[in-house]
Ligand binder design. Structure first.
Ligand SMILES: C[S@@+](CC[C@H](N)C(=O)[O-])C[C@H]1O[C@@H](n2cnc3c(N)ncnc32)[C@H](O)[C@@H]1O
Length: 373
């Protein structure tokens, strides 16, 4: 099975490296769960999963049914329905927009006029559409429309600059640009809802997490980055995301196989150390560990995972009773924590090509595979 949420550092590929090493176990434990690629591949009958990221863990709790799954399902399908409406709505006015662009690019219309016409077009066509995005879904429809207008206008402006430099853009690319700008506006609105959830916007937890899921799926490269105010600021993924099968992903979240997998899975939202200590691990448990890298500057969430955390983790692993496999990018700091320790084995592999690295010299892709059995 594949993960149900896009998460940076997913380990689907690395599963190939570890699959033949995995011992027989009675419980699977994953303290740095993220997207849980190995968990989905392995499909253990009993598991404990943990991550510090609150929204991520709430998402899994809804999926499992520890929270109101029916409400969550309704919220997620609303995103699918509204996302799919976009091309139908675009049909109503994109030709007008392309004509408008034609005039704008030969300076027959000013910036201001273009902005006003876009606003007018959207507002009137929205009425024909019987209200495009309902308040219950959009929460702040004026902001949503405003974001779409802003994104359409800036795309049109940029396209004009690009055409000046590089020559005419084919018509079908103009259409794609308009669609991307529209979807980007939609995304930016819900990114704002996410950033201001709890302050300007108050929603149910189900809506909050459905919105979080939508943003994670459509943000560029599934990255995390926050500005100085602590707001998530990754833009829309771009043209390649326009036709993403979001509904298919939502169907998968609510499929029988995912439900089965989570049935005997305990879900925790703690620091890894607490989980490793309080879960009373024994020799029949198997722990898979994939923490943030020693060199990771792009921290997940807003908390950093620093060297003192790597040291805390190493201390847990020196004394752990369960068998473990631990994957991490090779740095001399990490290597020093684990080398020459009783019962601990270290192997290296190249992440890009997934082979043993003896003699290879690609330090950046070099990963350590640390085990205690
Ligand atoms: C490399 S990712 C795991 C990716 C996962 N293996 C996958 O396949 O998607 C590391 C995870 O550790 C989590 N994390 C960071 N600090 C943590 C801590 N102190 N305790 C537990 N989890 C933490 C992050 O939220 C992130 O999801």
């Amino acid at each position: 099975m594949e993960p149900i949420i896009k998460w940076p550092g997913g380990k689907s590929k690395e599963y190939e490296v570890i699959k033949n090493l995995i011992p027989i176990f009675s419980r699977y434990v994953e303290p740095f769960f993220g997207g849980g690629a190995v968990f989905f591949k392995l499909q253990a009958e009993r598991a404990t999963i943990n991550d510090t990221c609150e929204e991520l863990i709430e998402f899994y709790r809804f999926v499992k049914g520890e929270r109101n799954k029916t409400e969550f399902k309704k919220c997620l399908y609303e995103y699918a329905d509204n996302w799919e409406k976009i091309p139908k709505f675009l049909k109503l006015f994109e030709e007008d927009l392309i004509k408008l662009y034609g005039e704008y690019k030969v300076d027959k219309k000013t910036d201001r006029e273009v902005r006003e016409i876009i606003t007018y077009e959207l507002k009137t066509k929205e009425e024909q559409f019987n209200g495009l995005f309902l308040k219950e879904f959009a929460l702040d429809p004026d902001n949503l429309l405003g974001e779409i207008i802003k994104n359409l206008f800036s795309k049109i402006k940029r396209t004009k600059e690009i055409e000046k430099k590089r020559g005419t853009i084919p018509k079908k690319d103009l259409n794609k640009n308009i669609e991307t700008a529209f979807r980007s506006g939609f995304y930016m609105h819900f990114r704002k809802i996410m950033n201001k959830n709890g302050s300007k916007y108050k929603t149910s937890l189900a809506k909050k997490i459905a919105n979080y899921y939508f943003i994670r799926e459509f943000c560029y490269g599934s990255m995390f980055r926050f500005n100085s105010k602590g707001e998530f600021n990754i833009p829309y993924g771009g043209i390649g995301y326009n036709r993403k099968n979001f509904r298919g992903k939502v169907d998968y979240i609510f499929s029988k196989e995912v439900e089965e997998l989570f049935k005997n899975t305990k879900i925790l939202n703690r620091d890894f150390e607490e989980t490793l200590e309080e879960e009373k691990l024994d020799k029949n448990d198997f722990v898979f560990l994939d923490p943030p890298y020693d060199t990771d500057f792009s921290n997940y969430e807003k908390k950093e995972f620093g060297r003192s955390d790597q040291e805390r983790l190493a201390k847990c692993l020196y004394k752990i009773k369960a068998k473990f496999i631990f994957i991490i990018k090779n740095t001399s700091f990490i290597l020093n924590l684990y080398k020459n320790k009783n019962g601990i084995n270290i192997n290296k592999f190249d992440k890009t090509y997934l082979y043993n690295v003896k003699g290879r010299n690609n330090r950046d892709a070099e990963h350590l595979l640390i085990t205690n059995f």
